[in-house]
Design a protein around this ligand. Structure first.
Ligand code: MTE
Length: 301
């Protein structure tokens, strides 16, 4: 596979890759041969060591299962994820409801280690498996009038306790990207982590991952992808528009109205060692800053 400019392994410490591959060798039933791609150049000085499987799968936001970070792991087993299909609709040449296994035949799955920064100012490093959303969009054919992509998570109140009681959220969970953001090579549809199928608490069987944006953009358990002319309303913006916007680019210079975004708590780094400075676009500026040229990022937060 051709090297991309965000493939850090050409110029940085390879420890995480070796670690990751060693773990893969131990695990049976992984996704098979895949290339490992990760952070951009310039990340060299930082040891990019993935969080443990345990950390990534037991400290979650998935409000369909409750508000506590431990709720998703506790309750997500009730969600049925097979069979699964994804509807692709709107301004698209080949709309339809695609069985997940058919959809996966249209794309190339690879592995990528990405930083993950939540708007609540905590962060992890996660080794995902998945495919570029651009791969899928190219194969279904985007019509010329499409300017945005909408994502809809699953609606199953019987299997997801947070969807039946009062939560203030208008389910299903919705997210959106501008089409050029969706087509960026970093934008991933994740189907696994640590070479295993995605655990339910992390958004099985398929979720969005947009590593330069706050984690809430990364909608979980997706059942619909819509090609749209107009900018869609995303769940957190609908709930609290003064605190959460459409863009949600990681930006240490633009604080949340209730807390600073300048630093982040590194999950797994312990009580005293665990804060570091947040990077503009979460460290992916080289790949994505041009998407926002001339935009006032204080206004479009
Ligand atoms: N997707 C759905 N459907 N429901 C959610 O509550 N939470 C978001 C995002 N995607 C959420 C969601 C938030 S706030 C974050 S930080 C990430 O998922 C958390 O992903 P993780 O649990 O895999 O770390």
């Amino acid at each position: 596979m051709m090297r991309q400019d965000w493939d850090i392994y050409k110029d940085r410490d390879v420890t995480p890759k070796e670690m990751f591959l060693n773990r893969r060798q131990i695990m049976a039933g992984g996704l098979g041969a895949a290339c490992v791609t990760a952070l951009p150049r310039g990340a060299r000085a930082e040891a990019l060591t993935p969080n443990s499987f345990e950390e990534i799968t037991s400290y979650n936001n998935f409000y369909e299962f409750g508000w506590d970070k431990s709720d998703p792991k506790k309750y997500a087993a009730a969600l049925t994820t097979t069979p699964w299909s994804v509807e692709i609709d709107g301004l698209v040449e080949r709309p339809g409801t695609y069985a997940l296994e058919d959809l996966l035949k249209m794309v190339t799955v690879s592995e990528r280690i990405y930083r993950f920064r939540c708007v609540e100012a905590w962060s992890m490093v996660i080794p995902w498996s998945g495919f570029q959303l651009s791969d899928l969009l190219e194969s279904v054919g985007v019509q010329s009038g499409a300017r945005y992509v909408g994502f809809t998570s699953v609606l199953r109140p019987k299997e997801m306790p947070g969807q039946s009681g009062y939560s203030g959220i208008d389910w299903p969970y919705q997210e959106g990207l501008r089409l050029d953001e969706a087509m960026n090579p970093l934008t991933l549809m994740a189907t696994g982590l640590y070479g295993e199928d995605l655990p339910k608490q992390n958004g099985a069987p398929i979720r969005l991952v947009v590593p330069w944006k706050y984690g809430f953009k990364s909608a979980k358990s997706i059942v619909k992808i819509s090609l749209l002319k107009d900018q869609p309303l995303n769940t957190w913006q609908a709930l609290q528009p003064k605190e959460y916007g459409f863009y949600a680019n990681v930006n240490p210079q633009v604080d949340h109205p209730r807390w600073s975004q300048a630093t982040e708590r590194v999950i797994g780094a312990g009580l005293f060692g665990g804060r570091k400075e947040t990077l503009m676009f979460n460290g992916y500026g080289e790949q994505v800053a041009s998407l926002y040229k001339g935009m006032d990022l204080r206004k479009f937060y």
